[in-house]
Design a protein. Structure first.
Length: 242
């Protein structure tokens, strides 16, 4: 695990975008893993600029979202399919049919979870996974207590995460209770993981997963086992590291 401390969002966005760009230039049909939330936005902004300005080409790439709410009607503006489209994929030339999100409205969710993993495998697995981290150390929607070997599956959101995400909905009552998320075992299979954490509120989680024991209590700590994990943090998020 390499930890890179940078002055702010702009530099983090550029460094992560450099990794994506190098990958796409080497492997135009690369498979990207995408997170939603605020942490990756500077990366998506920078990639959109490079697409516009430099012609960075996503036309043969695939993208897989980490997670999706269960029970939102298809097209709901806060479904991660819509969010990832608004924030990133509609701003570059990736083909809509190459953008994959778990179907949280599927009648048979366990079958959909298996099919999602099959779709990832069919295109060769994720080359570069972008991640954020929750204040409790979650990655994807793998909350504390998630099995370190878990695969894509349905999970119940803890109240803190529902409250954290209520800002995107009209009220807390509108935040779904369930999600489909890639498992920790699934995330570990990505060939390169780039996790972004900014702001003082992330400092305890960063300390715990970088320097603490590997434990399901802090799901992101499983990245200590990953052979190529890059942790990009600003000084505030790094402030509790030894
Ligand atoms: C989003 C996701 C979550 C977020 C995490 C941090 O797809 O999987 O794990 O990355 O909750 O969210 P932000 O970046 O909004 O602080």
């Amino acid at each position: 695990m390499e930890v890179v401390i940078l002055p702010g969002n702009r530099q983090i966005g550029k460094l992560a975008a450099d990794a994506v760009e190098a990958l796409l230039r080497r492997k135009p049909n690369a498979v990207l893993g995408l997170a939603t939330g605020s942490s990756p936005l500077p990366v998506y902004d920078e990639l959109a600029v490079r697409h516009e300005r430099d012609g960075l080409d996503f036309s043969a790439a695939h993208a897989f979202a980490l997670d999706e709410y269960v029970g939102l009607v298809p097209g709901h503006p806060e479904s991660y399919r819509e969010v990832i489209g608004r924030e990133f994929t509609s701003r570059v030339n990736i083909l809509p049919e190459n953008v994959h999100t778990p179907d949280g409205s599927a009648a048979d969710i366990p079958a959909e979870c298996r099919a999602y993993e099959d779709r990832m495998r069919a295109v060769g697995g994720v080359d570069l996974q972008i991640l954020g981290v929750g204040t409790d150390g979650h990655i994807g929607f793998n909350e504390p207590g998630s099995s370190l070997a878990s695969r894509t599956r349905i999970k119940t959101l803890i109240e803190q995460t529902r409250r954290d995400n209520a800002r995107f909905f009209t009220s807390l009552a509108d935040v779904p209770h369930h999600v489909v998320t890639q498992g920790l075992g699934t995330i570990l299979e990505a060939r390169h993981v780039v996790l972004i954490a900014t702001g003082a509120q992330k400092a305890p989680a960063v300390r715990d997963f970088v320097e603490g024991p590997v434990s399901a209590v802090c799901p992101a700590s499983v990245l200590q086992f990953h052979p190529h994990a890059s942790i990009l943090v600003d000084e505030a998020a790094a402030s509790s590291l030894k």
